[in-house]
Design a binder for this molecule. Structure first.
Ligand code: RP5
Length: 167
């Protein structure tokens, strides 16, 4: 089956930060591939994976890495597919990961998301928004997702007021 989104994690330890986003992909029934491969520990394999993604019809690549997080930039240097980079929490709270991803030299763009969980979810939603440009089914699901999100916030507001007994 054609995979629409390709995800590469620098390590299996990065998975918890992307897990919520993976659940959204499953809920949307969008086919994706996910691999662990490091820019530093398995550089040759990382490039092979990019070629496989391209052959299998992947339209967007998400790359999550922590520390000296070169993975998104290295991937971007080997493909014209858009690369969404997720900086993962690290010994330096993910600031090192963020700077490694966001400060790409001019000429090789990488989209940089927030550190950790928010970046994990938003990278997946952003990838879906890219696919939605040409896929009305995904667009409708994104509209539903936003509508449910509004209801969730309203419910949180109601519960908070109930808890602190605001009349
Ligand atoms: C990075 O090093 C990975 O993306 C991960 O965030 C970090 C630590 O990796 P492990 O030592 O947990 O495998 O390459």
């Amino acid at each position: 089956m054609k995979k629409q989104i390709g995800i590469i994690l620098g390590s299996d330890s990065d998975f918890p930060y992307i897990e919520k986003g993976i659940n959204i992909l499953k809920e949307f029934q969008v086919p994706f591939d996910i691999e662990v491969s490091s820019a530093h520990r398995t550089p040759a394999r990382t490039i092979e994976l990019i070629r496989d993604f391209e052959k299998n019809g992947v339209a967007v690549i998400i790359a999550a890495a922590g520390g000296a997080a070169h993975l998104p930039g290295v991937i971007a240097s080997h493909t014209l597919l858009p690369v969404l980079g997720v900086p993962i929490n690290s010994a330096l709270s993910g600031i090192d990961s963020l700077y490694s991803i966001v400060q790409m030299p001019g000429g090789i763009p990488v989209a940089a998301f927030g550190i950790g969980n928010s970046g994990g979810v938003n990278s997946i939603l952003f990838a879906l928004q890219i696919l939605a440009l040409k896929d009305d089914r995904i667009k409708e699901k994104l509209v539903d997702f936003r509508e449910k999100q509004v209801l969730t916030v309203l419910e949180k507001s109601r519960k908070l007021k109930e808890k602190i007994e605001v009349l």
